[in-house]
Unconditional design. Sequence first.
Length: 111
Amino acid sequence: MGDVWIRTISQSLVRADRVTEIATSRGSVHDDQGYSLKVVADGKVSILIDNSDLAGTTIERLEHARRMEDALLLAMDAASGTSASVVISYEKDGERWILRPASELAGEIAP
């Protein structure tokens, strides 16, 4: 089985098998609207989503964030069953998680 990595908003990678917590904040990093989704791995917090554009009540925003947490768990489960290394990334336009083989991503790096 290959390794599973999660891309953060700072474009770094976190090993999925080291994630011990997935957490949501009611506001984004900059505003008291939207939401922020983060993971804790090896005692370090990494932000995966900082969506300050999401409107709605706090309850509506937290419910949306909970669905994104659940979707991340499903993506991690799906990726763990693959034989190749996989990177899980958040796609803001589609508000979803996408899985791409690490080899495909490495092929896109300019020499």
